[in-house]
Design a protein around this ligand. Sequence first.
Ligand code: ADP
Ligand code: ADP
Ligand code: MG
Length: 500
Amino acid sequence: MFSKVLVANRGEIAVRIQQTLHIMGIRTVAVYSDSDTTAPHVLMADEAWALEGDSANETYLDTEKLVHIAAQSGAEAIHPGYGFLSENPLFAVACRDRGITFIGPSPESMRYLGDKIRSKQIAQQAGVVTVPSSGICNGVDEIAKAFVAQWGFPLLVKAAAGGGGRGIRLVNGGGELAQAMNSASRESQAAFGDGRVFLEHYILRPRHVEVQVLADYSGHTIHLMERECSIQRRHQKIVEETPSPALTPDLRGRMVQAAIAVAKAVGYESAGTAEFLLDPQLGEFYFLEMNARLQVEHPITEAILGLDLVEWQVRIADGESLTLAQDDVRPRGYAVECRIYAEDPYHDFAPSTGTLLQWNPPSGPGLRLDSGVARGQEVSIYYDPLLAKLVAWAPDRATGLRRMENALSRFLVLGVITNIPLLRTIMSHPQFVSGNYDIGFLECNPAVTESMVAEDFQKIADALAAWADQQPRVLSASPDATSVVAQNNPWLTSGTGRFP
Ligand code: ADP
Ligand code: ADP
Ligand code: MG
């Protein structure tokens, strides 16, 4: 087994991966940008190396720097986490060239799956139904016109290399098509260095259900149940739960078999996720894409199965075969995850930056927090606004949702604005609670966002007072603690009408 592993990431996922490495007795190497010098993922590491710089491009996306540090520090393997270089086959090749193990699938699998068109072709060859789509288009060319003639509007323009909801545009009529293709292409070129786009049939209000798979290097492939991820904003997941309230045993059986078929068709290895769009009325589902990495929402799978997915990724990368049989995968209970983002739900979810004056997460039975921040830390504009993920486990869904709502209500954050009020509102919304919802839940119910619960002002006032007590120097510089905090919490003075 490896004795030292470099984690090429930051935030909650870099913390999460190191937790498992430490338990496995593996020493960890963290890397950090200038603004992450004192971040939790750095402080917990056995050693930490500076990447020098702040932008993602000069730090966590710099292949050369990362591979060089791995070699210098004597790390035998690199775990890429998710995002950043996790789905970049060139990074996996650069690791391989230096004799460093990349903890994830082979560059060959990544090449197949990183391209949404190629992965659909593989799925079709494996007998799995995919969302109807065109080939790569060069503007509104013959390929695009033929697709529009066959499928009509609305349709989606998608970037072949897209991810995280980027490079997707909804088009309702021919007049908007050229412009949408242009802007999706530009966005993808900037984010992923690849501007290729294609058209995809728009499925009206489906559910997003995905299947976790695990495969070793000798072809043994199993599934680890599904995750329901239909609560999204701008095609970005914010709440995930498992089991999915939409799957009958028959549907689940067909969907997990489809996921395994796609994984086997590419000769997949490590942990991966096959995403599907489900039409609950028809009982049909369509393969969307396969993510060749650890998924943000993997903790809910761990919660119902009692497994550690990072441990399995490391063991598989080390050449161990998967001793876990499909029959050993026995779900127990229910789990839900809420993504805590630094964004302002009262102002169109604008990114929120500042110093975390207070960071008091809840604890209690069945709760798990994956967090990458700590009190006093600066939340900057440079990276993804995901601060933490809160997971609640319970024997049944109703109890799980109550646990989550209660935990969110006790989660105190001062200094940056978070989407916690929106998450609380969703947890107790009758339609979400009924389980009968789809990917249009937030967009089609503007009332959900408009009726968002207001923050608890007494709690905030008490926290402000406690914070002020601990800040004599700040106070002498500025006699009014509230004004200091207000600067860091614009919503306290922003006149949304919700504050006393
Ligand atoms: P998941 O599918 O695991 O829920 P998301 O799609 O929300 O994950 O993306 C996870 C993270 O990875 C986000 O920070 C997102 O911005 C980033 N990301 C997703 N796909 C890519 C990609 N192809 N290249 C770079 N970053 C990506
Ligand atoms: P990404 O790589 O950014 O994750 P996906 O192709 O997985 O992109 O799509 C992200 C989300 O966009 C899906 O979860 C779904 O909500 C929505 N979406 C994608 N394709 C379609 C489609 N053909 N019809 C309707 N909604 C879609
Ligand atoms: Mg996706």
